[in-house]
Design a protein around this ligand. Sequence first.
Ligand SMILES: Cc1cc2nc3c(=O)[nH]c(=O)nc-3n(C[C@H](O)[C@H](O)[C@H](O)COP(=O)(O)OP(=O)(O)OC[C@H]3O[C@@H](n4cnc5c(N)ncnc54)[C@H](O)[C@@H]3O)c2cc1C
Length: 481
Amino acid sequence: MTDAGKIPEGSPYDVVVIGAGPVGENVADRARAAGLTTAVVESELVGGECSYWACMPSKALLRPVVARADARRVPGLSAAVRGPLDVGAVLAKRDEETSHWKDDGQVAWLESVGADVYRGTGRLTGPREVTVTAPDGTEHRLTARHAVAVCTGTRAVVPALPGIAEARPWTSREATSAKEAPGRLVVVGGGVVGVEMATAWQALGSEVTLLIRGAGLLPRMEPFAGELVADALTEAGATIRTGVSVTALHRPAPDGPVTVELDDGGRVEADEILFATGRAPRTDELGLETIGREPGSWLSVDDSCLVEGTDWLYAVGDVNHRALLTHQGKYQARIAGAAIAARAAKDPLDTAPWGAHAATADHAAVPQVVFTDPEAASVGLTLAEAERAGHRVRAVDYDLASVAGSGLYADGYRGRARMVVDLDREILLGVTFVGPGIGELLHSATVAVAGEVPVARLWHAVPAYPTISEVWLRLLETLRG
Ligand SMILES: Cc1cc2nc3c(=O)[nH]c(=O)nc-3n(C[C@H](O)[C@H](O)[C@H](O)COP(=O)(O)OP(=O)(O)OC[C@H]3O[C@@H](n4cnc5c(N)ncnc54)[C@H](O)[C@@H]3O)c2cc1C
């Protein structure tokens, strides 16, 4: 750990990265690979939200839930997996996946690529200048010859409701790190975090009530995704209430239950309440005012992740609000790292479609898997998004239960696939799969959408028999009519 720094105070680094989540780590790696001296500032744990309170712990909680559900649908195996989950073992595996909330391994990795790690909170104090306040209050000034990359991610948004402080609500951090399953858990919000955590804790023994303001779950996906996940959650024992908002909370005794008041006059009592109601950028104490930006705002960037109106400040990952996913942030990190290196070397930027310095996939081909039972996975545009964008499109649907591979995968398989076809260019703008075991199918769709593969050419990508991937053939046959 280089709290004092390897470069003497006052001497510049080539690149200073604020925030060592997956994105900051990857910007640093790319900058170092290009031979640039690099400092990384981290105020909590190197590895960021993803490693300790998001992707890794949530997927560790969900993997046994989904594996058990799959096994229960296989004749000959189902009887062997009828019992409850071993909650202690599931939580122990989750703890292992988060390295017990210790970051030594990731610090060692960053140092192995030659980046200097500074513990503390970084803030901009002028052009190309970052002041780090260490945990002991001492300050250290870092300057950057070429670039400062802000990779500070997001935090959960909790609404300012009456009684919210005394209710001590969970955010995604508590939901992914809890040491036991609450008896009754209210989950507010039907987006990805809400449905994943509802799925996990219902299976781990909680009685879950999901409260959503809108009409359905997973509103950013095709409507059938939310419908199939809602059916499964209900069958698993969860209660889903749509079209309701929380108006107030009461937890009179610190160890007692919380009462949740709703705008329809109803009340729900629970042991814990999770707000999965959105994310806000961690830019409020970043010194944005020193560069004429509003503290607390998202940092909008061009396709090389350069903050608009500057030639040295990059914002990469969640904080730029383009696609709040680890894999997209790391993709941006590779692009920003290459752009920083090219600009430092005064090389021309290759920003042509699919070039090394433009995050084009952010616009056209963002893949996402929701790790519920059934899984929901999508890439590119939904039908509604494609129509709103003015494309002349056709949606082609297929029932996954009618594919040979799905019947072998599970008895009573339920699922659906949709591809959104651009009728003018004869390529796919989006694909959605919902069903058991489809998460690993998504990359085939990502290749088709990102690669703009002509539909006529897709006929020659022959799916292996008998796999669920045969749905590709059925979708093409349905399109041909
Ligand atoms: C419950 C949950 C589950 C998720 N599951 C998935 C998933 O399965 N797959 C997926 O792709 N995405 C998932 N995501 C999204 C994913 O976690 C984020 O997209 C990803 O963490 C973004 O990475 P980042 O590096 O931009 O930010 P972060 O991971 O948030 O890292 C930012 C880092 O910056 C540090 N920092 C902030 N401010 C400062 C400062 N001023 N000075 C120094 N350091 C600072 C923070 O401490 C943090 O370490 C999930 C999110 C949640 C909430």
